[in-house]
Design a protein around this ligand. Structure first.
Ligand SMILES: [Zn+2]
Length: 335
């Protein structure tokens, strides 16, 4: 599957990937050692029920909800501890610097089709007013710029709590605000996007309630996040690179993310898993010796043989059946 292999290496180049993984482990373990005595117990972030411990990573306890299968960290650091981590840890500073130092044009092109699909959905709703879109946790501003280039929205705003990211967004001409959802109370908001953000939050339900409150009637929200029931989670468990405490704390699945959004008051429009990297994430981990797949000789053989006739259609199968670990949800603010 040459086209997919080049995609994973392009999106996540190996040397940067290895450095990021090593930094996350070192920083995660140090943070756990320094702060874990003050962590707080939480219940399932989607449905509020209790979970069972399934594994540990960098010291952090990971639980799976018995009711909705959401995977989550508990006990977990408080919001204050997380702010401290994001502003000081080498792991997060490394990624922020990388994000803002590499031009975002390529990423804007990657996001283009998703932004266009989203606009097609919004256009079908004649009650939707495309006055302003807001991208929360905008990073380099690539997704906000892709939204802007659709020409559908009158205004597109980027919001991020990192000074460096805000500078990057301003540089590419975006209306930018420093902070989070709490800086939106004085503007009209018709659409909110959040990419790779909900998995980081201490209290996703509270955050999504705030998003609901700032949205105009008939407003929409789009969330892209990991699917905790995705292929690499299933095969690799705690060894998948997607599990990175304390950065990631919540791993919803297609059912539990819908449950969470509905409990806040949203009405689900669509939920899908359009990821393209799952098979290659597992193949790379196998080639690097991180996993041996001895419990899954059938999959091991397919990967050893680099069986293109199987692997590319298999990735499609994962996408189509909500087994990819990259998930996108769209929901509407109900009346
Ligand atoms: Zn649950």
């Amino acid at each position: 599957m040459p086209e997919i292999k080049s995609e994973v290496d392009r999106i996540r180049p190996k040397d940067l990937h290895d450095k990021a993984v090593a930094l996350r482990k070192a920083c995660g373990e140090r943070f756990f050692g320094d702060y874990h005595e003050r962590f707080v117990d939480t219940r399932c972030p989607a449905c509020g029920k209790d979970g069972e411990t399934v594994f540990f990573k960098y010291g952090f306890t990971h639980k799976k909800c018995a009711a909705c299968a959401t995977l989550y960290c508990s006990p977990r650091p408080t919001e204050e501890m997380l702010i401290e981590y994001y502003s000081t840890s080498k792991a997060t500073c490394f990624w922020t610097d990388l994000l803002v130092s590499t031009g975002c044009e390529r990423k804007v092109l990657q996001y283009g089709p998703r932004a266009e699909q989203l606009v097609e959905i919004l256009k079908q709703d004649t009650d939707f007013n495309p006055a302003r879109a807001v991208d929360l946790g905008a990073g380099s501003g690539a997704f906000a710029l892709a939204l802007s280039r659709t020409g559908f929205f009158d205004k597109v705003m980027a919001v991020d709590f990192s000074d460096k990211c805000c500078d990057a967004c301003e540089k590419i001409g975006l209306e930018t605000r420093h902070g989070s959802v709490d800086v939106l109370s004085d503007v009209q908001v018709n659409f909110i996007s959040m990419n790779d953000m909900v998995e980081h939050l201490f209290d996703p339900m509270q955050f999504l309630s705030q998003c609901y409150d700032v949205l105009d009637p008939n407003g929409y929200i789009s969330i892209a996040c990991p699917n905790g029931e995705g292929f690499d989670f299933q095969v690799m468990q705690e060894k998948t690179v997607n599990i990175t405490p304390p950065e990631h704390l919540n791993y919803f699945n297609s059912d539990s993310l819908a449950l969470l959004l509905e409990s806040v008051g949203f009405e689900m429009v669509s939920i899908c898993t359009p990821g393209i990297l799952d098979v290659q994430i597992v193949a790379r981990a196998f080639r690097d010796g991180l996993i041996d797949l001895k419990d899954n000789l059938w999959l091991r053989e397919r990967i050893i043989q680099d069986d293109a006739e199987f692997l590319a259609p298999f990735q499609k199968f994962l996408q189509q059946n909500k087994w990819s670990s990259h998930m996108v949800a769209i929901a509407k603010k109900s009346q």
